[in-house]
Ligand binder design. Sequence first.
Ligand SMILES: NC(=O)c1ccc[n+]([C@@H]2O[C@H](COP(=O)([O-])OP(=O)(O)OC[C@H]3O[C@@H](n4cnc5c(N)ncnc54)[C@H](O)[C@@H]3O)[C@@H](O)[C@H]2O)c1
Length: 262
Amino acid sequence: MDVRFDGKTALITGGARGIGYATARLLAEGGAKLALVDINGELVEASARKLAAETRAQVIGVRADITSEDAVSGMIAQVKAQLGAVDIFVSSAAVLDDKLFLESTSADWKRMIDVCLYGPMMCLHKLLPDMVARRYGRVICIASDAARVGQARLSYYAAAKGGVIALVKSVAQEVSKGGVTLNIVAPGATNTELRQERETRMRAEMGEEKYQRRLRTVLRMYPTGRIGEPEDIASTIAFLASGQASWITGQVVSVNGGFAMP
Ligand SMILES: NC(=O)c1ccc[n+]([C@@H]2O[C@H](COP(=O)([O-])OP(=O)(O)OC[C@H]3O[C@@H](n4cnc5c(N)ncnc54)[C@H](O)[C@@H]3O)[C@@H](O)[C@H]2O)c1
C-alpha cells in the first residue's frame, strides 16, 4: 500500500528530534509540507534544513514553547502563512521526569502537566476549528503505555499522558463526523535522545553492574526482545495520518514490542 501525503501540510510539535523527527521524515518522503515545531530553536532550524535537504520537501522550523498560549497562536499563524492550512497535527513534544511520587513536588507536576497535557490541549484547541471547517484533519497525539498500565517513577508523566488519552477520545466523539479523525499512539520504550538522557542519568546513579541488571530486566518485558526505534513508532503515526485511516478515530494504538497487551 502506497501511503502518500501530496499537497498536505503537517505540523509536528517536538519535531526537532526523536519520534517527531522520524515521523516528519516519513510524511515528507510521502509528499507532505512540514512544519517542525520545538522549544529548542537552534535544533529545530537545523533539523528543518536537514529534512529539506534529504527529502526535497518544503520544510520550516518554528521555535515555540507549547505551554504558552501566545506562542502557540503565533506559531500556528506562521505555519498557515508559510505552508497553508494544517491538515495533519502530530503532538510529540514532551518532557520526562524520573522520580518517585513521594519525592516529587507540586512544581514537578505543574511543569509536566503544562508540557504534556496543557500544551497538546492548547495546540488542538487552536488547530481543530480549521480542520472542522475544511472537513479534513488527522490528529495523532503521542501518549505512552505508562498511562495505560502505570509505571513506577513516572507517575505524573503517566497522569498527564492519561489526560491526553481522555481528551482525544472525548474530542473524537465531538468532531469525527466531518472527516476529522483523532487518535493516540502509545509507544513503549523507544531509543530516542529523551530515553538516552534518562538512561545516562540512571547509569551514573546506579553504577554499571546494577544498571546492566536493570537493562536485562527491562528487555525481558519485551516479547520482541528489543526496545523500539523511532521509525517503529513513526510508521504507525504515518498510517493514522493518511487517507487510508479515515475510519479509525478515538483509538489508542500501542506500538510497544509486546510490552503491554491491555
Ligand atoms: N522515547 C520513549 O521511550 C517514549 C516512550 C513512550 C512515549 N514517548 C513519547 O513520545 C513522544 C516523543 O518522545 P521522544 O522520545 O521522541 O522525545 P525527544 O525528547 O527526543 O523529543 C521531544 C521534543 O519535544 C521538545 N519539547 C519539549 N518541551 C517542549 C515545549 N514546551 N514546547 C515545544 N517543544 C518541546 C524537545 O525539545 C524535544 O525536541 C513524547 O510525547 C514522549 O512522551 C516516548
